[in-house]
Design a protein around this ligand. Structure first.
Ligand SMILES: CC(C)(COP(=O)(O)OP(=O)(O)OC[C@H]1O[C@@H](n2cnc3c(N)ncnc32)[C@H](O)[C@@H]1OP(=O)(O)O)[C@@H](O)C(=O)NCCC(=O)NCCS
Length: 146
């Protein structure tokens, strides 16, 4: 597949804001994503092919750690390596920020995402019980960068 991974702009946001759940399965509300774009500690990227946003993801820098806030691939474009390329971009960006680690939470039922993170060396640090909607557990995973 041919696509570029570039910083997310307000124009990209307006292309996906009404389709977050339907096309991308993103658990983020559009208002949170929009506010992230103007957060000086947040860094978001899109995978884009001919004006079609195939996926997006971002990190949030906090002192010596970056947190992956979201990484999502368009439902009809999954299992083509796009999630991997977005994750590689987020790892590269975190390294540029000179942080020690990259951390995230993932639903304990979300096996595809867990496999993706493990493939890139993320280790399980712990579990937050009933973190999602007071039912599903969150697994905390970290990649040490130094
Ligand atoms: C998780 C997600 C981003 C993966 O994106 P993707 O483009 O399909 O991922 P890739 O094609 O790069 O696959 C990378 C690895 O992820 C794992 N993976 C991806 N989809 C999988 C699936 N359906 N079942 C099992 N493993 C899967 C595999 O280990 C795969 O490596 P492999 O191809 O060498 O086996 C995508 O499924 C998604 O958008 N899910 C919904 C949003 C989400 O849950 N985000 C994570 C929030 S923490």
């Amino acid at each position: 597949m041919n696509y570029d991974i570039i910083p997310m702009t307000a124009e990209h946001f307006s292309m996906i804001k009404d389709k977050l759940l339907e096309d991308y399965d993103s658990f983020w509300s559009s208002s949170i994503l929009e506010s992230e774009l103007s957060n000086p500690n947040s860094y978001y990227f899109v995978a884009i092919d001919n004006g079609i946003i195939l996926g997006f993801g971002g990190i949030w820098k906090a002192v010596d750690d970056c947190h992956i806030t979201d990484i999502v691939v368009k439902k009809d474009s999954r299992q083509n390596g796009i999630g991997s390329k977005l994750l590689e971009k987020l790892i590269q960006e975190a390294k540029l920020k000179n942080v020690n680690s990259l951390t995230l939470e993932v639903n304990s039922n979300n096996l595809p995402a867990q496999k993706l993170y493990k493939k890139y060396g993320f280790k399980t640090l712990g579990v937050r019980k009933k973190y999602y909607n007071n039912t599903d557990d969150a697994i905390i995973m970290t990649l040490y960068l130094n």
